[in-house]
Each structure stands twice: as structure tokens, then as C-alpha cells.
Design a protein around this ligand. Structure first.
Ligand SMILES: *[C@@H]1O[C@H](CO)[C@@H](O)[C@H](O)[C@H]1NC(C)=O
Ligand SMILES: *[C@@H]1O[C@H](CO)[C@@H](O)[C@H](O)[C@H]1NC(C)=O
Ligand SMILES: [Zn+2]
Length: 255
């Protein structure tokens, strides 16, 4: 397992470099920006509905998806999964988990086929990163998502135009748990949630979109349940990205 985490760490460090190079990807520098229209697509940084929290799990499906779904079900809360087609696991191999996430009412969303930086690809290659996963989703859940998280948060004008042409909304985040940086350290991620929730004034503000990685066992099976329990105790609604934006479920997928 450590090799996965090392890869994730390298990927995330790479992300950090890219993010700092592209101002549009830096929501924390301006937390009042909830979303903006850029190129052909809308980019979402944060929830619009106060008192909500949208926990997002990237890079699956993988070994811990089912256990995480059990945890979500036992607490009767919903989350958002940004699935890949071929990353830590191959989506065909984990089709039952993907189907279950959809049927359980979580928001199933795209993280592209194999997690390439779309801004480095030719237009046909970038398109294929989207359509290959759309086809896989149609086979598994009968529809394809309209929400996407670009790998490495890498966006530029051509990619935004492409996402717009394919009717995608791009979702970044307002709170990173940095789980990739301390994969075996439960308390580091959890402390971020404590900081977030200890300030109850934030209940009246637009909710956070939180970035986690479900391919990290500690995140999926230890941090997630504790964070959810804390959110519920503090009075937050743990919902999908669509719900935290007030976007009806009928808009989350198309054929
Ligand atoms: C995008 O949405 C428009 C309007 O609903 C529709 O006509 C078009 O076919 C959609 N394009 C794709 C690629 O889904
Ligand atoms: C949050 O509040 C709890 C309970 O008062 C406290 O034990 C914890 O240390 C606080 N955590 C942070 C990160 O402020
Ligand atoms: Zn990712």
C-alpha cells in the first residue's frame, strides 16, 4: 500500500505547483468566491447553502469504496464521489461499488478516465478522457454525470470550453484535508474538520466543499466516519455537492 500513497503524494505536490500557477484554481485566496463562469463552464469552489458540508471523495473506485458506503449509510448522509475509469482501480472491476454509490443516492461524478492533466493534452485527447468515462458510466448506471473534477485542479481556457461543450460543471474545493500528505495520520485530517466545525459561526455561512481521497484507507474508513459524526453533532447537513448548491438531482446526470 505505501507505494500508492507515495504516488498520491507526488501527484498532490504536482497539483500544488499547478494550482499556484493558475489563479483560477486558488479559491482559498478568495473564499468569498463561491463559483464563477469561466470559458464555457461554471467552476464551483464552495457550497451556496449555509449549514451544509459536501465531502468529496476522489480517485476511486477502489478497495475501500464499499466500506465507505457502509459508513455513509449507517449515518444516513450523502457524499460525492469523483470516480476515475482507470486509476488505483479499474472501474469495470469495481462496477458494483459504483452502482451502489449511485443507488444509495450519493452523487456520482467524473474525475476523468485516467487522471491525466487535461491542460497538457490535445483537444481530441482531452475529449477522450471525458467520453471514455461517460461510456463506462452509461454501462454501469445508465447515465453519465454532469459534474467533473479536473485532475490536479488543472484548468485553462480550452479545457473550460471543452467542459462547457459537454455540459459539465467543474468542481474544485474550499477545504483540502491534505490527506495525501499524511496518509497514515488520522489526526491531521481530523484536526482540520475540528477547526472547521469548532467555529459554529460558519453554520450561517455557505458550506464547505471538502477534498478527500477514498483510495487512502485511513481517510475512507477512519477519518470519514469521525468527521461525519462531528459534523452532525455540530448541526451541519452532510450532503452532496449538488444538494449543497441547491441543484436538483435531475441535473446531476444526462444520457
Ligand atoms: C448539452 O446540453 C444541450 C442542451 O440541453 C444539448 O442539446 C446537448 O446535446 C448537450 N451536449 C452534450 C454533449 O451532452
Ligand atoms: C475543537 O473543540 C474541541 C471541544 O471543545 C476541542 O477538544 C478541540 O481541541 C478543538 N479542536 C480544534 C482544532 O480547535
Ligand atoms: Zn484525483
Amino acid at each position: 500500500m505505501p507505494s500508492f500513497f507515495r504516488l498520491a503524494t507526488i501527484a498532490a505536490l504536482f497539483t500544488a505547483a499547478l494550482v499556484s500557477a493558475v489563479p483560477i484554481n486558488d479559491p482559498n485566496s478568495n473564499p468569498s468566491v463561491l463559483q464563477k463562469r469561466a470559458g464555457g463552464a461554471t467552476v464551483i469552489y464552495r457550497c451556496t447553502i449555509p449549514g451544509t458540508i459536501a465531502i468529496t471523495f476522489d480517485d476511486g473506485p477502489f478497495l475501500y469504496t464499499n466500506g465507505l458506503l457502509d459508513i455513509l449509510k449507517s449515518r444516513n448522509v450523502k457524499a460525492t464521489f469523483f470516480f476515475n475509469g482507470n486509476n488505483y482501480g479499474r472501474i469495470e472491476d469495481f462496477a458494483p461499488s459504483v452502482k451502489r454509490a449511485y443507488q444509495d443516492g450519493h452523487q456520482v461524478a467524473s474525475h476523468t478516465w485516467d487522471h491525466k492533466d487535461l491542460t497538457t493534452l490535445s483537444p481530441p485527447e482531452a475529449l477522450e478522457e471525458l467520453t471514455k468515462l461517460e461510456d463506462a458510466f452509461r454501462k454501469i448506471i445508465g447515465v453519465r454525470p454532469t459534474y467533473v473534477r479536473p485532475p490536479f485542479a488543472a484548468l485553462n481556457q480550452p479545457v473550460l470550453d471543452l467542459l462547457g461543450q459537454r455540459n459539465y460543471t467543474a468542481v474544485l474545493w474550499s477545504q483540502d484535508t491534505m490527506d495525501w500528505a499524511h496518509p497514515d495520520d488520522f489526526s491531521a485530517s481530523y484536526k482540520l474538520y475540528e477547526q472547521l466545525f469548532n467555529n459554529t459561526e460558519t453554520l450561517g455561512q455557505p458550506g464547505h466543499i471538502v477534498l478527500q481521497h477514498e483510495v487512502n484507507q485511513v481517510t475512507a474508513l477512519q477519518v470519514a466516519p469521525m468527521a461525519i459524526d462531528l459534523a452532525l453533532v455540530k448541526g451541519y447537513k452532510v450532503v452532496t455537492v449538488g444538494e449543497c448548491l441547491g441543484d436538483p438531482k435531475s441535473n446531476w446526470y444526462i444520457n
